[in-house]
Design a protein. Structure first.
Length: 376
């Protein structure tokens, strides 16, 4: 672009012109020299880009300040300027002037095509990674404790054997006749063909086996290793076992979500297990040694004298195995004191005589605090 001419002179406005006056003059002059009106006039193209360069600076408040104080030097040496000389129609259409205004905001559909524009097809990238797959399986807690191997039937998509994933037979693009250029676009700035993306080749005979998708479904049975200690909702990743990729794209992954059934005896909390155990009032009162189950065999648990209801006893390292570790969580035994039904009068009298010789619970405080002192 010219460095000798003043941007204000190029747009034929005064230095004190308002933003609206600058925009109005740019639109008027740019239409006059628009390449669509002068498709073979190199001078008109230069003039149009010169006008656009000037407007790009003067339409931006900060750039205009720099230009007013420093002049062209602010844009030739600092790199703030815009090289319209090397822009094509797509570059110019996406360019934003000051105030985030585009060419289309100013010219509407008239810029770059005379009104008729073809919508570009949404195309699947030639080289695209395959989609990941997710399956859910349900196992027992025993499987999560000991680890196990299960068999799973899955459906995934692999490259079509008929077309090798190419989606069909390629040939000369019928829309551009193999030129790679948009034949419907009469702009001075030629655009690539919307059908072939400028390659000149397109699918002329779609594959009938895969329906031009390049992929076909297959059914497989695979073996899944359930690791020790896996948690409910945990996922196992099998690399490359998802859908095949397109072109040179790699295959997706297969994810197996593990859901764990409730156990009839144990309740899990992280790496720890909980066991609810009923004891009678005499065992809690006098103490006892009770055999309790663990996932790894029976153990003897000592219940101390005077144990309370819901009291917990810890059995170290008798819980879940920790993933990727040789350590284990703990097993907590929670006792629930049960009162037996006694109908024998002799036994009841013996218990009553014991009660008479022991201290009784003092409930006076709760009776006092539970009384509402105001009138109801």
């Amino acid at each position: 672009m010219s460095k000798s001419k003043d941007f204000y002179q190029i747009l034929e406005v005064s230095k004190s012109a308002t933003a609206e006056e600058i925009k109005k003059n740019y639109k008027k002059l740019a239409k006059k020299y628009h390449p669509d009106i002068h498709p073979d006039d190199k001078e008109a193209e230069i003039k149009f880009k010169e006008l656009s360069e000037a407007y790009a600076v003067l339409s931006d408040v900060e750039k205009r300040k720099d230009y007013n104080s420093i002049g062209h030097e602010a844009f030739t040496s600092s790199g703030q300027g815009n090289n319209f000389r090397n822009m094509n129609s797509e570059d110019m259409r996406s360019f934003r002037f000051g105030g985030n205004t585009s060419f289309e905001d100013i010219f509407g559909d008239s810029f770059g095509g005379g009104g008729r524009r073809r919508t570009r097809k949404k195309r699947t990238p030639a080289n695209q990674q395959g989609e990941d797959k997710l399956y859910a399986v349900t196992v027992d807690l025993d499987d999560a404790i000991t680890g196990s191997i299960i068999e799973l039937s899955i459906t995934r998509r692999e490259k079509c054997k008929q077309c090798s994933g190419a989606t069909g037979t390629k040939g000369k693009c019928p829309e551009c006749n193999g030129t790679g250029e948009d034949q419907s676009h009469q702009s001075h700035y030629q655009e690539p063909c919307y059908n072939c993306d400028g390659t000149g080749e397109a699918i002329v005979e779609p594959c009938k086996v895969c329906g031009a998708t390049g992929l076909t479904p297959i059914f497989e049975k695979i073996k899944i290793t359930i690791p020790k200690g896996i948690r409910d909702g945990g996922k196992i990743r099998l690399s490359g076992k998802g859908d095949d990729g397109r072109g040179t794209g790699k295959s997706g992954d297969l994810y197996i979500e593990i859901n764990i059934n409730e156990h009839p005896v144990y309740t899990r909390d992280g790496d720890n297990l909980y066991l609810n155990l009923d004891v009678d009032i005499f065992e809690a009162l006098l103490g006892a040694k009770i055999t309790v189950p663990t996932p790894y065999g029976e153990v003897a648990l000592n219940i101390p004298k005077g144990s309370d209801n819901d009291q917990k006893f810890r059995l170290k390292s008798r819980g879940m195995p920790k993933m990727k570790s040789d350590e284990f969580g703990d097993l907590y035994v929670v006792i629930h004191v049960k009162t037996p039904k006694i109908e024998d009068e002799t036994i009841l009298n013996d218990i009553k005589s014991v009660m008479d010789r022991t201290s009784r619970l003092d409930r006076s405080s709760i009776l006092d605090e539970g009384m509402i002192k105001r009138e109801i």
